[in-house]
Design a protein around this ligand. Structure first.
Ligand code: URA
Length: 272
């Protein structure tokens, strides 16, 4: 990564500051009020697909959260994902996968956008209305905010230079009806594709936006507690962040999101 901001990145950073509510400059030199915290706590292993299965949950009193049918579909997904040797193979395998009911109600399969050689891979929840129409993730209002957030740390999904690029996808490739959250069963079914996606893209850092990708890859929810603390998923440094749609509804949370963006920038510098 370049250490000095170029003209466009400086403008983007300024736009982000204005977005945060900054309306005057109070000093000539910047002050970092978010001293970077100590290195992250011990990483937590990502759950295997079968962790979603009722068979692996302790005690018979818990209700089953995944039907056996879903486990079979997850096995079929794992086999199909395992055969994919390239991202294009995987895109085709996802598009050909017919066992997830959400596909039936969706117009398009939304696989990914951006530069797969990027050091950062962002995983959101699922396509919304605009993504379903365009066939690309994060192109609606939340996506436009995401683009501004990335630009503030010098990243751009359209950048051809890998160090300046971002790669964007979701943990579900089809729009759920009425934009509802994908169910645990649907997430478990598609997880093998998501895992293979990360394996083939080989990002240096994963960013999980919101509760749903945290549930799918970390087996945990509670984004307001998880955000901002590095963990590990699929063998990669992983940072949970609040979803840009949440930031649109809760502008005050942009302050923490800015701290998280700086975390990503700092981590990338240590990894280059
Ligand atoms: N929200 C997401 O999580 N993903 C998208 O692609 C769009 C909105």
């Amino acid at each position: 990564m370049e250490s000095a901001l170029d003209h466009h990145a400086a403008l983007a950073a300024l736009a982000w500051q204005v977005e945060l509510g900054a309306d005057e400059a109070i000093g000539d030199a910047p002050v970092d009020r978010f001293a970077l915290p100590d290195p992250s706590p011990a990483p937590r292993p990502a759950p295997a697909v079968s962790d979603f299965s009722s068979k692996n949950r302790p005690g018979p009193e818990l209700p089953p959260i995944v039907e056996d049918q879903t486990v079979d579909a997850a096995a079929a997904a794992r086999a199909a994902a395992g055969r994919a040797q390239t991202l294009e193979d995987l895109r085709a395998a996802v598009a050909a996968f017919d066992l997830c009911e959400l596909k039936k109600g969706a117009k398009t399969t939304v696989f990914a956008d951006g530069n797969p050689a990027a050091p950062v891979m962002i995983l959101g929840e699922a396509p919304g209305r605009e993504e379903d129409i365009e066939g690309r993730p994060f192109v609606g209002p939340a996506g436009r905010l995401l683009d501004r957030m990335l630009a503030a740390i010098g990243l751009d999904r359209r950048a051809e230079t890998p160090e300046r690029a971002a790669y964007i996808s979701n943990v579900m490739y089809w729009r759920p009806p009425g934009n509802r959250e994908p169910t645990p069963g649907e997430l478990a079914m598609m997880l093998p594709f998501v895992e293979r996606h990360v394996q083939l893209a080989r990002p240096k850092v994963l960013v999980l936006m919101g509760n749903t990708p945290c549930a799918a890859l970390l087996g945990r929810r509670g984004i307001l507690r998880l955000r901002g603390t590095w963990t590990e998923a699929l063998g990669r440094p992983t940072l949970p962040m609040t979803h840009p749609a949440y930031l649109l509804r809760n502008p005050a949370a942009k302050r923490e999101a800015w701290a998280d963006l700086l975390e990503i920038q700092a981590k990338l510098r240590t990894l280059t």
